[in-house]
Design a protein around this ligand. Structure first.
Ligand code: AMP
Length: 413
């Protein structure tokens, strides 16, 4: 199978490693890729969000399968353009990717499908915002309606901060605050059949103790030994199956990766958000534990044959990833700093670039995603932080408490 992977972040490096390890994948290309991905794939300098250019590259490479990593190309219609050329694509159509592209659309689908989620209002005027904030109360949750790279959400007890964020965004969704530990569940689907992967937990805030601003994600781990036994079947029954059915009913079936972000509230799991693609950095840990060949699984979803795919196999043990971010992330990050010690197994590249003189330099906010597996979470954690210590990047920021609560048994439901 000849595979073209679209994207350039840590998620795509993890996907590239999984695809390259699949014996059925005999050719792997990526666009635009990054220096880590370049170790396992042929890179092409094509813009990920240009549907015509991606489709033309897929034809030129005689790709059998295109795997789209990030949300922006999906929302731009890359999967539609690839499929129009008769090439299988892992990733939803632009219409179905609205489940991530518009929070208001996602809420509408959830309401129609009867999915448990936070009560909410879509607001555009200051009056509507004020009424929603009054009704739902503090802590206030204000979400930019459109794509915001994981940074469009403000959760605050400060009414003025909530109002300011709403005014800056234009259209917002204001919703009820959900309490309880958060879980990310990835579901591979061809629009009808649904195969859940292993639930993971990510860490959205910048600093230890869940302090500081929201980010794209600062670390993740799996499995979640503390999660309820029936979590996955319950979420499939209450959330995934009704959502897929509603998307089929609307004539826009969702095929690809449905990311279900959940809060495990005292009333049961409720959806915080849907994404239309693998989560970053949870992908790094989930794929580190997946033994089933990745290319075959994604191809089954892309070709509507997922119901015939064999059950997934998982490696024993646990995985953890620690994101190393550049100075000033999630503000305007400083880039161009030299990185040393990052070209070793386990160090997944997110925002890196190769300078003309061959040096590896930072090129984005989240620079590396340092990943390790171990016989248990404590061992995986120790290995990941030892690897973090061996990397040098001036001004690096990373959390020191990824998976610590789980290792110490401090997560309560
Ligand atoms: P989102 O981009 O929707 O995943 O939101 C980013 C983060 O904001 C989530 O991971 C949560 O930590 C927090 N968040 C979003 N919605 C809610 C909510 N309704 N209640 C509590 N926290 C929320």
């Amino acid at each position: 199978m000849r595979v073209l992977l679209i994207g350039s972040g840590g998620r795509e490096h993890a996907l590239a490693l999984g695809l390259a390890a699949d014996p059925s994948v005999d050719f792997l290309a990526a666009a635009p890729g990054n220096p880590g991905i370049a170790q396992v794939a042929e890179l092409h300098d094509v813009k990920a969000t240009d549907p015509a250019a991606v489709a033309a590259l897929a034809v030129e490479l005689a790709a059998d399968l295109v795997v789209v990593g990030p949300e922006a190309p999906l929302v731009a219609g890359v999967a539609d353009a690839v499929r129009a050329k008769g090439i299988a694509c892992f990733g939803p159509s632009a219409a179905a990717a609205q489940l991530e592209g518009s929070k208001a659309f996602a809420k509408d689908v959830m309401a129609a499908a009867g999915v448990p989620t936070a009560g909410s209002y879509a607001c555009t005027t200051a009056d509507e915002v004020a009424r929603a904030l009054d009704e739902l109360g503090s802590p206030y949750v204000v979400k930019n309606d459109g794509l915001a790279a994981g940074k469009g959400v403000v959760v605050t007890e400060d009414r003025a901060v909530a109002e300011r964020h709403a005014a800056e965004c234009g259209t917002v969704v204001i919703e009820e605050y959900l309490s309880g530990p958060e879980v990310s569940l990835f579901v591979v689907t061809d629009g009808t059949a649904a195969v859940p992967l292993m639930p993971a937990q990510d860490f959205k805030r910048l600093a230890d103790g869940d302090q500081g601003p929201n980010t794209g994600g600062m670390g993740a781990y799996a499995p979640l030994d503390w999660a309820p036994q029936d979590l996955v079947p319950r979420v499939l029954r209450e959330t995934v199956e009704p959502t897929l059915a509603e998307m089929r009913r609307r004539g826009t079936p969702f095929a690809g990766l449905l990311y279900v972000g959940l809060a495990l509230t005292p009333d049961g799991p409720k959806v915080i958000e849907f994404n239309a693609r693998f989560g970053d950095p949870e992908t790094q840990v989930v794929l580190a534990l997946l033994e089933t060949p990745l290319g075959g699984l994604l191809n089954a979803a892309a070709t509507g044959t997922l119901a015939e795919h064999p059950p997934l196999r998982w490696r024993e043990g646990a995985a953890i990833t620690v994101v190393v971010a550049s100075r000033n992330y999630p503000g305007t990050p400083r880039t161009g700093d030299v990185i040393e010690g990052a070209e070793v197994p386990g160090v997944i590249h997110a925002g890196t670039a190769r300078r003309d003189d061959g040096a590896l330099v930072s090129a984005g906010g989240r620079v590396l995603s340092v990943t390790a597996v171990g016989p248990d979470l404590a061992a995986a954690r120790e290995a990941a932080y030892a690897l973090v210590d061996s990397v040098r990047l001036d001004g690096a920021q990373y959390r020191t408490d990824i998976a610590l609560g789980a290792v110490e048994g401090r997560i309560s439901l």
